[in-house]
Ligand binder design. Structure first.
Ligand SMILES: Cc1cc2nc3c(=O)[nH]c(=O)nc-3n(C[C@H](O)[C@H](O)[C@H](O)COP(=O)(O)OP(=O)(O)OC[C@H]3O[C@@H](n4cnc5c(N)ncnc54)[C@H](O)[C@@H]3O)c2cc1C
Length: 350
C-alpha cells in the first residue's frame, strides 16, 4: 500500500490551492473527480480577487468570458420590482478557472483524476482512502493527514464528522443558446418558489439561469420559477442545452462550520465556508486553503487553523445580518422601493 504525507480529496479552488501551497518536501496525493464541471455562476467577487492578489497571481485572459459586467439587475418576481446595483465581479469560465488552479498544483502533488470512494480512520492513527485504480479494482492508500476539499456534499465530512449541520439547498442551472435581448446579469428573488435566490448570467454564446431551491421538489420549483422569470421579462429562453445540479450550503451559526479534527481537516465549502447571503464561495475556498497550508507547519495545526479562519468565519456569519433585507419579502420590498445604493440605468434606444 502506498503511503503519502497528505491526501487531499477534491481538486476545486480549495484543494488545488492547498496542494500548490504545501511544503515541497511533503508527498501529497490529490484525488479529483473532474468528470463533470462544477455548476457555478463563475463570478470572481472582490474578495476572491483579493485572495488571488495575496498569492501574487494574475488571471490569464483566456479565463475571461464575454461580457464583463458592471451592474446586477435585482428582480423581485412577487412584487415585480427591480433595481440595478453596481458590482465589481470578473466573469470567468469556471471550468477553465479550476483547470488553471489545478495546473499550478501539478508540480507539487500527484494528481489522480478519480472519485474517492471511501475514507476511514486507521486503527493506531492516520487514514485509509480508497478509489478506483488502474484495472478498475479499488486501490487503497494511506496518510497521517487527510484533507476534505470535496465541496458541499463532502464525503470526508460525512464519513468522519456526520452530516453538515447547516441549511442545504439544491442548486440547479440551465444553459441556453444566447438570444438577442438577454445579455444581462440578474439576481432573482421569488418567495413563491424558493426562500433562497436565483441568478442569470451570460457567458460567451450562452445564457445561464440558475437558482437554489429546498431539496424536496427542487426541479418543479426551478421550472415554475423559470417560467415566472420568462413571463416577467417577456422573454423566450429557448431550449436548454445543458442542465446541471449540485448541493449548496448556507451557514447560519458557528456550528455550521466544521474545520476537522484528529488529523482530518476540511477546507472550502466542505467546511461550510460560503457566504449565506450571496452564495459566493470561491474567496473562502482560496483563503481557507492558504490558512490550512500555513497552519500545518505549526506545532498545533488544528488550533492554528481555527485561529487563522476565525475572522473569515465571523465575516460569513455576519452576512446573515444582511439576509433579512435580501430575503424577507417585506424588507426587500422596502429596500427596493427606497432605491438606496441603487444606480439608475438608462435603457438603450432601438
Ligand atoms: C450554482 C452555484 C453557483 C455559484 N456561483 C458562484 C459564483 O459566481 N462565485 C463564487 O465565488 N461562488 C459561487 N458559488 C460557490 C462556489 O462554487 C463554491 O463555494 C466553491 O466552488 C467552493 O470551492 P471548493 O474547492 O471548496 O469546492 P468545489 O468547487 O465544490 O470543488 C470540489 C471538488 O471536489 C471534487 N469532488 C467531490 N467529491 C469528490 C470525491 N469523492 N472524490 C474526488 N473528488 C471529489 C468535485 O468534483 C470538485 O472538483 C456557486 C455555487 C453554486 C452551487
Amino acid at each position: 500500500m502506498e503511503n503519502y504525507d497528505v491526501i487531499i480529496v477534491g481538486g476545486g479552488p480549495a484543494g488545488a490551492t492547498l496542494a500548490r501551497l504545501l511544503p515541497p518536501q511533503l508527498r501529497v496525493l490529490l484525488l479529483c473527480d473532474d468528470r463533470r464541471d462544477k455548476p457555478c455562476g463563475g463570478l470572481l467577487a472582490p474578495d476572491a480577487q483579493k485572495a488571488l492578489a495575496r498569492f501574487d497571481l494574475t488571471l490569464p485572459k483566456e479565463l475571461l468570458v464575454d461580457p464583463q459586467i458592471f451592474a446586477v439587475r435585482t428582480i423581485d418576481l412577487v412584487s415585480r420590482q427591480q433595481r440595478y446595483y453596481q458590482r465589481m465581479y470578473l466573469n470567468v469560465d469556471r471550468a477553465k478557472f479550476d483547470r488553471w488552479l489545478l495546473s499550478m498544483a501539478s508540480s507539487h502533488a500527484e494528481i489522480r483524476h478519480v472519485r474517492c470512494r471511501s475514507v476511514e480512520r486507521r486503527e493506531g492513527g492516520g487514514f485509509l482512502v480508497a478509489f478506483p485504480g488502474a484495472g478498475g479494482s479499488l486501490e487503497t492508500v494511506s496518510a497521517p493527514l487527510l484533507v476534505g476539499a470535496d465541496g458541499a456534499d463532502s464525503l470526508v465530512r460525512r464519513s468522519l464528522f456526520g452530516p453538515a449541520r447547516t441549511r442545504r439547498y439544491t442548486a440547479i442551472q440551465q444553459w441556453f443558446p444566447l438570444a438577442e435581448g438577454n445579455p444581462f446579469y440578474s439576481c432573482v428573488f421569488d418567495p413563491a418558489t424558493s426562500p433562497c435566490c436565483s441568478w442569470s448570467i451570460c457567458k460567451d454564446d450562452f445564457f445561464i439561469f440558475g437558482g437554489a431551491f429546498p431539496p424536496r421538489g427542487s426541479r418543479a420549483a426551478f421550472e415554475a420559477q423559470k417560467k415566472r422569470l420568462a413571463d416577467f421579462l417577456r422573454m423566450d429562453l429557448g431550449r436548454p442545452v445543458k442542465t446541471e445540479a449540485c448541493q449548496v450550503l448556507r451557514p447560519s451559526r458557528p456550528a455550521s462550520f466544521c474545520l476537522g479534527d484528529g488529523g482530518a481537516y476540511l477546507i472550502g465549502e466542505a467546511a461550510g465556508l460560503i457566504s449565506p447571503s450571496s452564495l459566493e464561495g470561491i474567496s473562502s475556498a482560496l483563503s481557507s486553503a492558504a490558512a490550512l497550508a500555513a497552519s500545518l507547519e505549526r506545532s498545533r495545526p488544528l488550533a492554528a487553523y481555527r485561529r487563522a479562519t476565525r475572522r473569515l468565519r465571523w465575516r460569513l456569519l455576519a452576512k446573515n445580518l444582511k439576509c433579512p433585507f435580501m430575503y424577507n419579502p417585506l424588507l426587500r420590498r422596502l429596500v427596493l422601493k427606497s432605491g438606496l445604493t441603487s444606480i439608475s440605468v438608462r435603457e438603450q434606444r432601438g
